[in-house]
Structures are given as C-alpha cells and as structure tokens.
Design a protein around this ligand. Structure first.
Ligand code: MN
Length: 248
C-alpha cells in the first residue's frame, strides 16, 4: 500500500513524524508536507505562483520526505501527481482538535478532502493541544489501532479522526454544528501598531453523538464525511415549492 503522509503544522511537527512512523507499518510511506505552518488555511490551493518540491532537511526513518512551499491541499495534489498510484493520504497528527465547525477552517482535513477529490482515500487525524505538546507516546497504540481499522475498511473514504489525550474507547460520530463567538480581540504590537486576534469559542453545549461530545468524554471520535454539501431536506422542499419551474 502506498501511503502519502502530510499535515498543516509543517514538516517539523512532531505529529507528522509520529504518524509517518506508524503508517510505515502498513505500507510504503512518502512524506510531503508544507515547509511552514499552514494551520487554518482550509482548502486553499496555490494558483498564482509556482510550487517547489524539495527534499526535506528533516529525516524520517527509511522514508522519502519532501517539503512544499504551499498549502496542505497543494502537498496532496503535487505529492500524488509525483508519486503515482497513491492508495491513501493520511493528514496529521494535527496539534489541535478539528471538531465541529473547525472542520471548515482545517488545513489538516483539507488535505484529506483533496485526496478524495482526486479519487484517493483520505484520513485526517488530530488531537487537542494546550500550552504543552500532545503526548504522542501515549497516543501511538490508539493511532495504530485506528489506522488498522480504517485502512482495511473499503467503505471508509473521507474520515475525520480526533484523539482525546487519554482515550477510553472509540465512537463513530457526526459533526457538531454549534455556532461560535467569532470574537475579534484587539491588541498592540511592540511597535505600537494595532492588531487583532480572531477567536473561536463554541457558544452552545455539544450535541449527543457528535464529534465534540465524544472527545469531551475521552472517546476517540471517528466521523465519516462526504464532499457533497447539498442540503437534501431543503432541496426537496424547494423542489416541491417550485414545481412550476420544472417546465422551463
Ligand atoms: Mn495545524
């Protein structure tokens, strides 16, 4: 199995070396990751300047590793173009959870989405990070077990996985869709210039059965996703309302 490993934290992140090492137990691994952090870049692609694909100065055990001056989606597009017959793209392990509405902003998940756009299985993996780095040693067996299950599952196509710091089990979940505050906090830089920080604090309790609900209860959350954003319920209502438009 050919496994392309990427992330949005950049090639120097301890999360990507953890993931690449575990992935190498399941097949041939190639690492292609952004040369600098690209967190919260979403599904951006670089269309206005050329991209470079350079050997990484960071070495990974028995693996080819490359750095790209682009986004996570760029890494997947370029990486799979230059490494034909990639079977799966793994993205992470992100230092920071990607739960609920943060999926809209996530570069980690965007890499998995880009894989699926290209007809390749995509799995995003994340874990919360506070002021200290996540304890990847503790998480290693859980990451391996989860990959073992998902790589074997032919139904698993686009998957978002989040690991709590000390997992006590695994739950299949749906995406939490709470509103967040979107508050803008002003500050001043050392040169006296005004700047702003964007904050994302959820406003409501996590709904039962959702990704956030599971991780809050120390369960690994596995959410199957799809690229089709169509609101089927609304569409069928609109189609009924606008029956007459069908004749046009
Ligand atoms: Mn990140």
């Amino acid at each position: 199995m050919r496994i392309l490993v990427t992330n949005d934290d950049g090639i120097y992140s301890p999360g990507i070396s953890t993931l690449a090492n575990i992935a190498s137990k399941f097949g041939e691994v190639r690492v292609v990751a952004p040369d600098v952090e690209q967190s919260s870049m979403g599904h951006a692609i670089t269309a206005s300047r050329p991209l470079f694909f350079k050997k990484s100065p960071v070495t990974f055990e028995n693996m080819d590793a490359y750095r790209v001056n682009g986004t996570p989606a760029d890494c997947v597009a370029l990486g799979t173009h230059l490494w034909s017959k990639t079977d799966v793209v793994l993205s992470g392990v992100n230092m920071g959870a990607n739960l609920g509405n943060s999926m809209w902003h996530s570069g980690t998940l965007a890499a998995a989405k880009q894989a699926v756009l290209l007809g390749i299985k995509g799995i995003a993996l994340s874990t919360p990070a506070g002021t200290s780095e996540p304890d990847f040693e503790t998480l290693k067996p859980f990451i391996e077990e989860t990959l073992n299950m998902l790589l074997k599952d032919p139904e698993a196509c686009l998957i978002n996985v989040n690991f709590p710091p000390h997992p006590k089990g695994t739950l299949w979940t749906r995406q939490s869709v709470r509103q967040y505050d979107g508050k803008v906090v002003p500050g001043t830089d050392p040169m006296g210039r005004k700047h702003y920080w964007f904050t994302v604090v959820p406003l409501e309790q996590a709904e039962e059965g959702t990704d956030r609900w599971a991780v809050e209860r120390d369960y690994i959350s596995i959410t199957p996703l799809r690229l089709d954003l169509t609101d089927e319920r609304q569409l069928s209502k609109e189609l009924t309302k606008h029956m007459n438009m069908k004749s046009i």
